[in-house]
Design a protein around this ligand. Structure first.
Ligand SMILES: *Cc1c(COP(=O)(O)O)cnc(C)c1O
Length: 397
């Protein structure tokens, strides 16, 4: 099968909408509506608290973790879901630093998502042991890996430009210098094949509501290499990461394996929705998704550059250096994006001047790409963005 009509049919996309924002919030899997309703009626409604055992709610974070593991090249039993990505960044970094007790540098880059940097900064202050969060330009990361670095903490794909780090090369270099790696896969999971085990990554985190289509508020995931997990003492030592939560011991004893990265009660309704998205992923080959993403992105870049000369490509031109999103710069980017959304082409805007488009093959076709570019060209050629209503900034851009 060379097209994705089968997967497209499994999503609800509103009439008249071309959705180029699946990198921020994936669309609704059609099966989710019924699955969540059934879960409420049959499980929550009828089983009440017995659902934790009878409907498998308690085991679900690990079961779902294993389904995600397949998509990111992780061994079964090395991924668990819960909480939000920001929390998982904190948790992973707090787990990694004590494994390098003599080192004080956390190395990251200015292409990282601010929340990741804020979480690291907060942890450094909390620890009060003189750790330094060192932030360099993305191009300088490789040279900045030295024997001082405890943890290399990077988001693999830049959330604005789609620039992609070479996970294998940077992980290898970090290891040569005795550093650990923490990869944020927010814009990687479901966008292209990731090989955590093959690259030897130590820690990884990511969210399930972007390319994975788990829905707004879907829980994050965390991966810890099987080489490290048994040595980790969780900083967020919640009862569901305890070896025996229902023993209600007064002392914390970390649970076995990846279970210790659980914190508290999992979001059961969200997990029901997420499972329907993962059902779709079960039928998909990520290598084919990647090939299709590159083809659609190349088509998008080529036609935008031909028809919209006022826009400048913000993403790397070489597809090997990109994730699955494409950014273009324009000083009036915000207003242009609002005008586009008003015409049914949904992308998003990232300050200061980037129009960002997620290329998600599960439900996008060539025709969608070409139509979106035609509308974009019309808006630019006729200054249709130049209206007061398109310049009022909303809370979420
Ligand atoms: C989307 C994203 C987040 C969001 O974190 P939440 O806690 O889920 O809101 C964090 N980091 C990166 C790199 C992201 O792309």
């Amino acid at each position: 099968m060379t097209d994705f009509t089968a997967t497209r049919a499994q999503f609800h996309l509103p009439d008249g909408v071309i959705y180029l924002d699946g990198n921020s919030l994936g669309p609704l899997p059609r099966a989710a509506t019924e699955r969540v309703a059934a879960m409420m009626q049959r499980e929550w409604g009828e089983m009440l608290i017995t659902g934790w055992n009878r409907a498998g709610w308690m085991a679900a974070p690990g079961v779902i973790g294993d389904r995600i593991a397949r998509l990111i090249g992780a061994a079964p039993g090395s991924v668990v879901i819960g909480d939000t990505l920001s929390v998982k960044v904190y948790q992973a970094l707090a787990a990694a630093l004590p494994l390098r007790p003599d080192r004080r540098v956390i190395l990251s880059d200015s292409g990282n998502f601010p929340s990741d940097l804020y979480m690291a900064d907060g942890l450094v202050g909390m620890l009060g042991r003189g750790h330094e969060l060192r932030v360099v330009d993305p191009e300088e990361v490789a040279d900045a890996i030295t024997d001082e670095v405890a943890v290399l903490m990077l988001t693999q794909v830049d959330y604005r430009t789609g620039r992609r780090h070479d996970m294998a090369a940077l992980t290898a270099k970090a290891h040569e210098h005795g550093a650990l790696t923490l990869w944020d896969l927010a814009h990687s999971a479901g966008a292209f094949p990731v090989d955590l085990a093959g690259t030897g990554a130590d820690f990884a985190v990511g969210c399930t509501y972007k390319y994975l289509n788990g829905g707004p508020g879907a829980p994050a995931f965390i991966y810890v290499s099987p080489d490290h997990i048994d040595r980790i003492r969780p900083a967020l030592a919640g009862w569901l990461g305890h070896e025996a939560p229902f023993a209600f011991d007064l002392d914390y004893r970390a649970g076995g394996g990846i279970d210790r990265m659980r914190v508290g009660t999992p979001p059961v309704l969200q997990m029901a929705a997420l499972e329907t998205a993962l059902d779709i992923w079960d039928s998909v080959d990520l290598g084919r998704v990647r090939a299709r993403s590159v083809a659609l992105s190349e088509l998008f870049i080529e036609t935008v550059e031909a028809k919209c000369p006022a826009l400048t490509l913000a993403s790397p031109r070489n597809p090997e250096e990109r994730g699955s999103q494409v950014g273009f710069r324009h000083p009036e980017g915000y207003a242009i994006m609002q005008a586009l959304i008003a015409r049914g082409v949904i992308g998003d805007f990232r300050a200061p001047d980037i129009l960002r488009f997620g290329i998600t093959p599960l439900y996008l076709s060539e025709a969608d790409i070409l139509r979106a570019v035609d509308i974009l060209a019309d808006i630019l050629d006729n200054d249709l963005w130049d209206r007061a209503e398109y310049k009022v900034r909303a809370a979420v851009t």
